[in-house]
Structure formats: structure tokens, C-alpha cells
Write a new protein. Structure first.
Length: 431
């Protein structure tokens, strides 16, 4: 017993030393993103249900999500350009301000069309996780990147574990799955986004004085906006193929994501507590596997770990569609699903996103990552616009299973074959 206690202390000391050794900017970014992500997850499973309870039908839900895609398409390139020309911190603060405003518009809505301003602000503008990844990638050496990014996601997931059940308790306490029950979640989001805004504004230091100096110099030269983006592709052999891969992937996820909550509640009969347990199971599995997956990706390659874990999300998607009772949705949470949360950060299959996104940022060198953020956002968002509209039309015509199944078909037949042809970035590390 004494030996076990000593062993436990040694583990704790190693973990403590590791955290103390992290760059202060990494610590602030992890903490701020964790809190903001917790707030966003409160409404993740309820946004479409909220719109439905405010009177939106499937086509109108698809229209709302297409608005988000359209705005994302417009702002992605300028946002990416601004990330390089100014600082990641300033763009992050803008995103947090937009997140608070989006939550405020949602909280005050009394009809579905009043959600339009919230959906305008709720897309690319409020995404601070990619900006957090840019910070991690930029100040971490290639052999530790996937580990650091997976560690960040463990912390995010550990906090996120409590988010679904907290949301379920709030919704159940305020009247169940209806507009009145869901509305308080948006007020909580406002408070959390405001707190993180202040935290980042006060505590997050610039990436480096050298980076700031180069940014100022390049701004003074007044290089043309278009020329900047032309330079992105110079010497980057695989970018166009990666963009096609991402666009197809985004199309499939955008087709299904808005309607998965409707499927779980209206068709499968999920209660707030089932949704809460599903989300908790998803976060727990992700927390356990993120660091081992990240360390493995730093040793054997990003693609191998992605291909090892991704099939579990396929299995979860099939189970989501054919679950015989609501309780099986908890198993979907453990496995992950392409339709719930986009298959990005949930369950065993969702852990595959960490090596995938590490590879994504390593596709270009540091000085191009802001523009890369903009271009990939443009292409992903442009593919999402027709997907959400098409999904609404198909859903309205009763093709619900087909809507949820299509992301799996596209990943298996298009995304995976393209990814096989792209070299693993661990074998050609970018600074």
C-alpha cells in the first residue's frame, strides 16, 4: 500500500512537472478554450431543437444552417488573412465577442426567424479552437505537437464531460425539451464567453516578438491580398488535394449534423438525460484515449492512428440510425458518430480528429497558417451551404436515414481514398 502511494506521488509529480514546463501561452489557451468549449457544448445538442420549438420546420432549419455556411464563406479568407496580418489573440477576442452576441440573440428570440442573427455569428467567427491549434503548432516542436494537442483535448473533454449532464439538468428544471427549457442555456453561454474574453485579453501573450515584427514588416510592404493567397500554394504540392478532401468531408457532416438531434429526440425518443449521458460517454472516452493517440501519432504517424480509430465512428453512425431503443444512443456516445457533433471530438472514433487536425496544420509552414485557416474555411463553408439546404429538403421528404448515412458513404468512398494518397506530415515535418 505504501508502494502504491509512492507510485501515485511519482505519477502526480511527473504530471505536475510537465504542466509547469508548458509555455504560459499554451496554459492560457488551454484554459480559455476549455471554458468556452464547455459553454458551446451546453447547447450543442439543443440548437436545432430550439429552432424547431420556435416554429422552424426541417427546410427552415436547413436554411438557418445555410446562412451560417454563407457567412463562413464570406469571412473565412479575410479572417485567415487578418490572423497573419494582426495577431491570433485579436482574432480570438473577436470570436469570443461574437460568441457572446450570438448567445444573446438566441436567448432573446421568440420566433425561429429571430435566430438569423445568432446563426450569422455562430459559425466561423466564434471558432476559437482552430486558433488555439495554431498557437500550439506554432510554439511546439514537430515531435511533440500531436501530444500537446491531444493533452489540450483531454482537458477540454474532461470539463466537457460535465456539460451535457449540466445542460440536461437545466433543461429538465426549466420545462423540458422546449424553448422555455432550452433558453437558460444561452444566458449561461453569455457569461462564460464574457469571462473567457477577459481572460484572453489580460493573460494571453503574443506568440513571439519576432513573429510580431515580421507581421509589421510584411504589412508595411503592402503586399496585395490576392498575391498573399497565391503564395500560399507555392511549393505546396498536396494542398489542393487536401482541400478537396476537406470539402467533401464538410459536405457530408453539414448534411447530417443539423438533423441528428431531431432524429434522436423525435424518432428515437431520447430524453434530456439520455442526451446528457450520451454526451458524457463521448467526452469520457475521448479523455481516456486522446493522449495515448497523440503520443502514438507522434511516433508512428498521423495517418496510421487516424485509420485505426476512424472506423469506430462509422460503427457509431450505423448504430445511431438503427438503434432499437434510446438507451443505445449512450453506446453511440462511446463509439462516436459522423452525424453527431460532426464526428470531430466525441467517443473513440472522434479521437481520430486529433492526428487529422495535426496533419492539417502541418501541411503548411508557420508563416502560411493564417492564410491556410482562411482558405480551408472558405472551401469547407462553401460546401456546407448546399449540404444543409439539401439535408432539409431530404429530411422533409422522409429520407431521414439517408441523410444520416450519407456522411459515412462519402468518407468511405471519397475522403479515405484521397487521404491514402497524401504523404504523412510526420515524415516531412514543417516548422
Amino acid at each position: 500500500m505504501h508502494h502504491l502511494d509512492k507510485s501515485d506521488r511519482q505519477v502526480f509529480e511527473r504530471v505536475s512537472r510537465f504542466f509547469r514546463g508548458l509555455d504560459g501561452r499554451v496554459k492560457v489557451t488551454i484554459a480559455g478554450t476549455a471554458i468556452q468549449n464547455y459553454g458551446q457544448q451546453l447547447t450543442m445538442q439543443y440548437t436545432q431543437l430550439y429552432a424547431s420549438n420556435l416554429g422552424a420546420d426541417a427546410v427552415e432549419i436547413g436554411f438557418l444552417n445555410s446562412i451560417t455556411g454563407a457567412v463562413n464563406t464570406i469571412v473565412s479568407v479575410p479572417q485567415g488573412w487578418a490572423t497573419e496580418r494582426y495577431t491570433v489573440k485579436k482574432i480570438m477576442l473577436l470570436g469570443l465577442a461574437c460568441a457572446a452576441l450570438s448567445a444573446a440573440f438566441s436567448a432573446l428570440a421568440n420566433d425561429w426567424w429571430m435566430l438569423i442573427p445568432a446563426f450569422i455569428l455562430a459559425g466561423r467567427l466564434v471558432m476559437i479552437m482552430p486558433l488555439a491549434d495554431i498557437i500550439f503548432i506554432s510554439i511546439t516542436n514537430p515531435q511533440r505537437r500531436a501530444t500537446i494537442m491531444s493533452l489540450a483535448r483531454v482537458i477540454w473533454d474532461m470539463l466537457g464531460t460535465f456539460s451535457p449532464m449540466a445542460a440536461a439538468l437545466v433543461v429538465a428544471s426549466f420545462g423540458g425539451i422546449n424553448a422555455q427549457g432550452i433558453r437558460p442555456l444561452y444566458y449561461i453561454q453569455i457569461l462564460l464567453a464574457t469571462f473567457v474574453f477577459l481572460l484572453v485579453a489580460v493573460k494571453l501573450e503574443p506568440l513571439s516578438s519576432e513573429a510580431e515584427r515580421k507581421t509589421a514588416e510584411s504589412s508595411s510592404r503592402k503586399i496585395s491580398f490576392i498575391q498573399d493567397f497565391r503564395e500560399l500554394f507555392e511549393g505546396e504540392k498536396w494542398l489542393k488535394r487536401w482541400i478537396l478532401l476537406g470539402a467533401v468531408r464538410a459536405f457530408g457532416m453539414s448534411l447530417a449534423m443539423p438533423f441528428a438531434p431531431l432524429w434522436m429526440v423525435d424518432v428515437k425518443g431520447a430524453t434530456p438525460y439520455i442526451l446528457g449521458l450520451m454526451g458524457a460517454a463521448s467526452a469520457i472516452m475521448s479523455s481516456f484515449l486522446q493522449v495515448p493517440a497523440g503520443r502514438l501519432a507522434d511516433r508512428v504517424g498521423r495517418k496510421k492512428v487516424y485509420f485505426l480509430l476512424r472506423p469506430l465512428a462509422y460503427l457509431g453512425t450505423v448504430l445511431l440510425i438503427f438503434a432499437p431503443s434510446p438507451e443505445y444512443l449512450i453506446v453511440v456516445g462511446f463509439l462516436g458518430s459522423l452525424a453527431v457533433g460532426g464526428g470531430v471530438s466525441g467517443g473513440i472514433g472522434g479521437v481520430s480528429f486529433t492526428p487529422f487536425i495535426t496533419m492539417h496544420w502541418e501541411m503548411v509552414p508557420r508563416e502560411k497558417r493564417g492564410r491556410w485557416f482562411g482558405i480551408e474555411g472558405l472551401c469547407m463553408s462553401a460546401s456546407a451551404i448546399p449540404a444543409t439546404i439539401l439535408g432539409g429538403i431530404l429530411w422533409q421528404h422522409g429520407l431521414m436515414r439517408e441523410v444520416l448515412l450519407l456522411p459515412l458513404v462519402l468518407e468511405a468512398l471519397v475522403v479515405t481514398p484521397i487521404l491514402v494518397t497524401v504523404p504523412d506530415t510526420l515524415t516531412r515535418p514543417r516548422q
